[in-house]
Write a protein that binds this ligand. Sequence first.
Ligand SMILES: [Zn+2]
Length: 59
Amino acid sequence: MALLDGCQEGKKTPVLKEVKCPKCGQIIEVFEKEGKTVEETVCDACQYVVNEGTYLSEL
Ligand SMILES: [Zn+2]
């Protein structure tokens, strides 16, 4: 699948997005692809963990 991914950059490149931490409201930056986070991100302020695969609409 890695090879296929490489063929379709553009659409499938993760985008850096600012979202609010659901716990403390701090702005955190996550990489998003197709509406979901692509990696685990930890809030600097409260250490809340946004898991990989979390929909941004749920944050
Ligand atoms: Zn937080």
